[in-house]
Design a protein around this ligand. Structure first.
Ligand code: FE2
Ligand code: FE2
Length: 271
């Protein structure tokens, strides 16, 4: 399997119709029989792959090139998710636009060829697969939340989420950053698979349009604090970054293995 074929496989599994801006082949080539997978890939992980005899490397977070520079473009998916939860399109796009602006400035500073340059020097095929795997994870979160009664409390929601093997096995907990366990979860919006969490603007937009509980995989304390001050009756659940990234990664790694590839996963929570 080539790195391009691995990316195409992830795309098919996710149901996305084209390669998102935060994903792509950085160094083309054949994975051969062993591949190293890591959520975060730097030069150290490339050397590790070489030392362990892997034919290539698959990264989750964009390790360089156009996927790293264009990471912020997938934040527009927050507008699509909000719209699907009934938020008027203009307001959804305004909220996502705030994030895009902030992250575009961050991405512009990236040392985008550092890791791909090292991979080329080592002769190691390298691919970044971000949003397709998060989309797989998002669907698992949506299924878990959807199985809950409309009258469920936040405590029951947390329990249901923690029953997902990766979230249960992780060293992190599913946390309630806003709200209390005895409160009703109400209308829950799973906002994941859109580049990164939607911070204050996306959650605030959801809360203003009938969503009672926002689910992010991670969120800064500054954003959670601001939401708590402005929306004391709303709720914010944070499922854990690496645990939740693993939700989408594991089904993909299982598919690679079923095709005869040996996968060395470095930082993934096992199901
Ligand atoms: Fe992710
Ligand atoms: Fe992540």
């Amino acid at each position: 399997m080539t790195v391009k074929e691995a990316l195409e496989l992830a795309l098919r599994l996710s149901g996305l119709s084209r390669v998102p801006a935060d994903s792509g082949v950085l160094v083309p080539g054949e994975l051969e029989e062993k591949v190293l997978f890591a959520i975060d890939v730097g030069v150290a992980e490339l050397l590790l792959a070489k030392g362990l005899g892997a034919g290539g490397v698959i990264a989750h977070h964009p390790p360089g090139g156009q996927p790293r520079l264009h990471w912020h473009r997938v934040l527009w998916r927050h507008a699509e998710l909000l719209t699907a939860y009934g938020v008027p399109e203009g307001e959804a796009r305004a909220a996502a636009g705030e994030l895009v602006q902030e992250f575009a400035a961050r991405d512009h500073t990236a040392n985008y060829d550092h890791v791909p340059g090292a991979a080329r020097a080592l002769g190691l095929p390298l691919v970044g697969i971000h949003t397709p795997l998060d989309e797989l994870g998002r669907k698992r979160l949506v299924a878990a939340v959807g199985a809950l009664s409309p009258k469920a409390t936040l405590g029951e929601l947390l329990e249901r989420l923690s029953s997902l093997p990766e979230l249960g096995n992780a060293a992190t907990e599913v946390e309630l950053r806003l709200g209390s366990p005895d409160r009703r979860a109400g209308r829950v919006a799973v906002l994941h698979g859109a580049g990164t969490n939607g911070g204050y603007p996306v959650a605030a937009c959801a809360f203003r349009h009938g969503i009672d509980t926002v689910l992010y995989i991670h969120c800064s304390q500054a954003a959670a604090q601001r939401l708590a001050e402005e929306f004391p009756d709303k709720n914010l659940v944070v499922t854990g970054h690496i645990a939740s990234d693993s939700l989408g990664i594991n089904p993909f790694l299982a598919e690679l293995e079923s095709r005869g590839l040996e996968v060395i996963p470095l930082d993934v929570v096992k199901p």
